[in-house]
Each structure stands twice: as structure tokens, then as C-alpha cells.
Ligand binder design. Structure first.
Ligand SMILES: C[S@@+](CC[C@H](N)C(=O)[O-])C[C@H]1O[C@@H](n2cnc3c(N)ncnc32)[C@H](O)[C@@H]1O
Length: 214
């Protein structure tokens, strides 16, 4: 693995717990789980090192799990994890293109901390609509724009890299993470014909929206 690949993987492993915290799992248990069928099919787009799929497997051991990522180092790590239920299928693919998922096949499609990077969110959402089963749910969890000072303050107070790395990293990521406001996210989904069923803020600068296609 290259040094930068190793750093990206270490960061993902450390920072996962910051966002997938108790508030996130309370939201998941109260608002998402009750809407899922028995033995659901769950796909995670940009699954990174697989920790979310591992945690969902503990909650929903009868689920079929699919993880998709374009990072081979991420997928390699995900394949080493132990799952409470069936071992997921991991696929290497660019989620900005055609998803390697059959039409109408997914009960819960999740994308976390990836959608802000997609140049064309609307063509992606057409693909999301294609692969969702009837009554399927789409869960997006992603960054929301905050002011420069607020962003830097947040980043330097969060766990992860040592300060001397965290500060320049915050400067580097500011423009990437601060693309859409909460209203922008709502507008994107409205334009694409998705109806928001639930909204939550498990982490101060990230929004979770649970949706269904209209
Ligand atoms: C910030 S990490 C988020 C990982 C995980 N979803 C989470 O929330 O902890 C972004 C992940 O998405 C993957 N990724 C980014 N853009 C992608 C794309 N267009 N297609 C597939 N994977 C992508 C990266 O390789 C990385 O593993």
C-alpha cells in the first residue's frame, strides 16, 4: 500500500466513530430499522474500510450486504472484517457511473461522506432510483457548509491526526467539505424527485436524510 493510501485508510478507521456515533445509531434504530423488511438488502456506496457494513451486520444479521468503493486499499481492509451475519459482497466501482446493482434490488441504499464529491448529483440519483426496490429507502449522510472559522475550529477539536497534521488538512479540505448547505441538499433531492421522510444531525456539521423516490 502507498503511504498516502495507508494514511487515508488510517484516517477512515479513526474518524468513522466521530460521525457514526450514538446519535447516529439512535436515529438508525428509531427511524430506519422499523421501515426495513425482514432480511433486507443493504448497499453502501463508497463503503471505505467497511465499518458501517460491519455495524449494520450486528444490528441486522439477516441482511444481505453489499459494499462498493473504488479504493482497492479500502476494499482490502473491508474484506478482513468479521461480520455478524453473512459476509458482504464487495465490488470495486465508481459510484458516479452505472452502479453494479440490479434494477429494483436494494431495500436500503446508503451513501456517507461521498455525495458532495460527485460532479453530477442528478445522474447519480437516477441510478439510485433505478436500483431501489419498491418502498426502498435512500440514506444520505454528508457534510453541510459552515463558515471558515467554524470549520477550522471543528476540525482542530475533533479526534484523529495530531494537531500539526490536522490544521493543514482542515485548510486543504475546507472547500471540498463545504460545498452544500442543508437547503442545497434538500433542493437537490426535491429536483431529483426524492421525498425526505426523516432528517437528523447526528454530527454538528453533517446531515442525515432518509428518503424515498416519489
Ligand atoms: C470519506 S470516505 C467515507 C467512507 C465511509 N462511507 C464513511 O462514511 O466512513 C470516502 C470513500 O468513498 C470512496 N469514494 C469516493 N468517491 C468515490 C467514487 N466516485 N466511487 C467509488 N468510491 C468512491 C473513497 O475511496 C473512500 O473510501
Amino acid at each position: 500500500m502507498t503511504q498516502s493510501g495507508e494514511r487515508a485508510l488510517t484516517r477512515q478507521l479513526e474518524r468513522y466513530y466521530v460521525r457514526f456515533n450514538d446519535d447516529f445509531w439512535a436515529f438508525f434504530a428509531d427511524q430506519v430499522e422499523p421501515l426495513l423488511p425482514d432480511a433486507p438488502v443493504l448497499a453502501d456506496l463508497g463503503c471505505g474500510p467497511g465499518l458501517y457494513l460491519r455495524d449494520m451486520s450486528k444490528r441486522l444479521p439477516s441482511a444481505t450486504l453489499i459494499g462498493i468503493d473504488r479504493g482497492d486499499d479500502m476494499l482490502r481492509h473491508a474484506r478482513t472484517l468479521t461480520f455478524a451475519g453473512a459476509t458482504p459482497t464487495f465490488e470495486s466501482a465508481d459510484v458516479a457511473g452505472r452502479l453494479p446493482l440490479a434494477d429494483g434490488s436494494v431495500n436500503l441504499l446508503t451513501i456517507a461522506a461521498v455525495m458532495h464529491t460527485l460532479e453530477d448529483p442528478f445522474s447519480f440519483l437516477e441510478e439510485a432510483r433505478r436500483v431501489l426496490a419498491p418502498n426502498g429507502l435512500f440514506l444520505m449522510y454528508d457534510w453541510v457548509r459552515v463558515g471558515f472559522k467554524q470549520y477550522i475550529d471543528f476540525r482542530v477539536s475533533e479526534p484523529g491526526d495530531p494537531f500539526e497534521v490536522r490544521y493543514p488538512r482542515a485548510l486543504e479540505l475546507f472547500s471540498t467539505h463545504n460545498k452544500y448547505t442543508a437547503d442545497d441538499w434538500h433542493w437537490i433531492f426535491e429536483e431529483a424527485g426524492f421525498q425526505v421522510a426523516q432528517e437528523a444531525w447526528p454530527f454538528p456539521r453533517a446531515i442525515a436524510l432518509l428518503m424515498r423516490p416519489l
